[in-house]
Design a protein around this ligand. Structure first.
Ligand code: NAD
Ligand code: DAU
Length: 351
């Protein structure tokens, strides 16, 4: 049995689906179901006894204590977080509450549980904390990619809150001996990605005849990883990672934002041409830049590749094609989540 937090979100739900596709080990899935949590992602597991869904907060110590005592997981994987940089700029408080205070409470509950374990149950137990490359700050175009030795220099309320959670996880290892692992991954994309983030937002807006908003000059660089490759990396770190260590996860796929958007437009032009014969590129609109916008992220995943033998299966070209096709095939999923609350966010952000 494993306990996954945030398993109804984008990466967490991909992880749960992927885990149960290749293992019969059951999953307890604790998720608060914020605007970003969506049980539709897990609809294929609705009558699967290997998946136990519990709605709740990682900061609810009594609830987490109860789940740990009842299910006795051999590992806890923490995906739960507020994850959108732009939302953290409009309202940082939820980020502090979940990413910092919530992680602290989760660590306290897990520490008490782990202290009570004995023998091989105790030595085999792991807490895997899922984090981001954004904790390292921003790179110049001439800088080498981030490796695990880079200093933490977070620039947004989101990345600062994730950095704080990483530090707490580290401290619980050094101070209490808690067997932790941390992964710092680059930008994910793929199925079930909430359309507030660049790639799903652009696909959604393109298909609905809306502007494709590019912040600033569109030359900011991100390093893109297909979500399934992130899931295989997490499984690999869980099974073979060295306790107390951190592992950078990335796809060696650095792309300027504008190029990503052009690529999506070209795929849509081929798969679902506009009725008027024009390219979706004509919907591109430059808008005000994100405050404090990090210019470039890039991940050096050598350690994960050399020490644990992990490699991404997808290139950006194959992964983005699958992603666009998934959105075309799953329009009802998109329609369900782009109602009420989502529209209010879009109005606030892009007015
Ligand atoms: P997401 O926003 O899609 O999902 C987050 C999930 O956590 C949602 O289901 C939400 O309901 C749940 N949640 C939020 N607060 C909670 C709380 N207090 N208690 C329990 N559940 C709560 O996020 P994502 O993109 O899937 O990211 C998952 C994790 O991976 C995050 O920790 C994020 O920082 C990290 N990460 C994301 C990316 C990326 O590109 N998306 C890259 C690297 C790391
Ligand atoms: O690097 C990992 C991080 O990647 C994760 O930790 C975060 O949880 C995840 O949201 C993502 O953060 P980004 O800020 O990089 O992702 P986002 O999709 O919001 O933006 C990607 C780039 O596109 C960024 O440079 C901002 C730009 N952008 C974004 C939006 C939403 C636009 O130009 N226009 C937009 O409308």
């Amino acid at each position: 049995m494993i306990l996954v937090t945030g398993g109804a979100g984008f990466i967490g739900s991909n992880f749960v689906l992927d885990w149960l596709a290749q293992s019969d080990e059951p999953v307890v899935n604790l998720d608060k179901l914020t605007y970003a949590g969506n049980l539709d992602n897990l609809a294929s597991l609705s009558s699967d006894p290997r998946h136990i869904f519990v709605q709740g907060d990682i900061g609810d110590v009594a609830l987490v204590n109860r789940l740990l005592t009842e299910y006795k997981p051999r590992a806890v994987l923490n995906f739960a977080a507020e994850s959108h940089v732009d939302r953290s700029i409009h309202g940082p408080e939820d980020f502090i509450q979940t990413n910092v205070v919530g992680t602290f409470h989760l660590l306290e509950a897990v520490r008490a549980y782990w202290n009570g374990l004995q023998g091989s149950d105790k030595s085999a137990f792991r807490l895997l904390h899922v984090s981001t490359d954004e904790v390292y700050g921003t790179l110049e175009n001439s800088d080498p990619p981030f490796n695990e030795q880079n200093r933490y220099e977070p620039n947004s309320p989101y990345s600062a809150s994730k950095a704080a959670s990483d530090h707490l996880v580290r401290a619980y290892h050094h101070t209490y001996g808690l067997p932790v692992l941390t992964t710092n991954c680059s930008n994910n994309y793929g199925p079930y990605h909430f359309p507030e983030k660049l790639i799903p937002l652009v696909i959604h807006n393109a298909l609905n005849g809306k502007p494709l908003p590019i912040y600033g000059d569109g030359q900011q660089i991100r390093d893109w990883l297909f979500v399934k490759d992130h899931c295989t990396a997490i499984r690999r770190v869980l099974s073979a990672g060295k306790v107390g260590e951190t592992y950078n996860v990335g796809g060696w796929n650095e792309k300027p934002n504008l190029e990503v958007v052009h690529t999506i437009c070209a795929i849509l032009d081929e798969l679902k041409p506009r009725a008027d014969g024009q390219s979706y590129n004509s919907q591109i609109t430059f808008v005000k830049d994100r405050p404090g916008h990090d210019r470039r992220y890039a991940i050096d995943a050598t350690r994960l590749e050399k020490e644990l033998g992990w490699k991404p299966a997808e290139t950006f070209e194959t992964g983005i094609h699958k992603t666009v096709q998934w959105y075309l095939d799953n329009q009802p999923w998109v329609e369900n989540i782009t109602s009420g609350q989502y529209r209010q966010w879009v109005e606030k952000q892009y007015q």
